[in-house]
Design a protein around this ligand. Structure first.
Ligand code: SAH
Length: 246
């Protein structure tokens, strides 16, 4: 069996119990070395065969899985954060389908949740936004035109932008046209890692601050009024609001 496991954002304790148990029991581990914390490998069996997928192409990854499967070995395929978000797992699953190799996907804590946690902010705070947009700027991977940052910005929702820190200047400029130049923005570099950095500002100064901090990869850009000091209390714990349990 092949297990696609969400490794979480960085802190090794943020893998799920299920993911850790599987990692402890698999004979082969293929981890995405560019982003998965290599410290997680301490949970693997001493004799486990370890591959770093950062240096492999899709065919080589599938060959390693097939080889393990034919020998009766289980494979832990570690992906950063949650595998379903920019995880490139679809093509791996399809290749396994073609080879009739069974697999399971174990979800993980995505970096956007980790960013909310380290910023100590609720991403869906009443009075500001009840929606989170997870997106990216176009890079070598095209983004459908309807999902351009201009189009998405119209909602003024909480936005978490992946894979795009190298375009922070352009992104902040484009979003400022809709959210306004004073709208709050934050950049979280390596959320939950030991060398995590948090940069906070507005759409007018965030790019400069990010440059000063020397951040150019492994960072999320967060934009929206959930970062401001204003919000409404939720109804859930309001004493005048009765519901099913109270
Ligand atoms: N599946 C992952 C995302 C993979 S795409 C998840 O759910 O988080 C890789 C991008 O995710 C990076 O370019 C960066 O934008 C973001 N990212 C991953 N880990 C991060 C972390 N610990 N802190 C901040 N951003 C992170």
């Amino acid at each position: 069996m092949i297990y696609f496991i969400g490794a979480g954002p960085g802190d090794v304790e943020l893998i799920t119990i299920k993911g850790k148990k599987l990692l402890e029991n698999c004979d082969v581990v293929i981890y995405a070395g560019s982003l998965v914390n290599p410290e997680l490998l301490k949970y693997a069996k001493g004799e486990a065969k370890i591959y770093n997928s950062a240096t492999m192409n899709l065919e080589e990854i599938i060959d390693a899985m097939k080889d393990a499967f034919e020998k009766g070995a289980d494979v832990a395929r570690l992906h950063t954060g949650d595998p379903s978000i920019y995880g490139a797992i679809r093509e791996q699953m399809e290749a396994l389908d073609k080879l009739a190799i069974p697999y399971e996907v174990i979800p993980g804590v995505s970096s956007f949740s980790a960013a909310g946690a380290v910023l100590k902010r609720e991403l869906t705070v009443p009075g500001q936004s009840q929606t989170i947009i997870l997106t990216r700027a176009e890079g070598r991977t095209p983004v459908p035109e309807e999902e351009s940052l201009d189009a998405l910005a119209k909602h003024k929702a909480t936005m978490a932008i992946f894979l795009s820190i190298n375009q922070i200047g352009k992104i902040a400029g484009d979003l400022a046209k809709v959210y306004g130049p004073d709208a709050p923005a934050a950049v979280v570099y390596k959320a939950t890692w030991e060398d995590q950095k948090i940069v906070q500002g507005t759409l007018s100064d965030i790019a400069e601050k990010v440059k000063e901090a020397g951040i150019c990869k492994t960072a999320l850009i967060l934009v929206g009024n959930f970062l401001s000091d204003e919000y409404d209390f939720s109804c859930l714990y309001n004493k005048t609001f009765s519901h099913e349990y109270r």
